[in-house]
Design a binder for this molecule. Sequence first.
Ligand SMILES: [Zn+2]
Length: 97
Amino acid sequence: MIPVQISVKENNCMFVKWSDDTETEIQLSHLRRFCPCAICASQEENHHHDSIKVFTNEQLKIIDIKIVGNYAVSVHWGDKHNTGIYDFNYLKKISGF
Ligand SMILES: [Zn+2]
């Protein structure tokens, strides 16, 4: 399954329309929290599951979204963090909240 449309909405959600005609919305704070890059993944491990990570406005602002190959999207955040590559399956999985 692949995204046919991706946009950032004013309610701080990323909207994705998928090739099977389903639509998902994911909170940017959720998207950032589940950033799959090595740096964020190791930070996440050090956190207790009952704690909430608090992000700055810059960290929750999307500057750019790029399609990587034909399997993933990379998100460029306002704090210049751009190492997170969300493959489509992962993106769909974390969108269901
Ligand atoms: Zn990251």
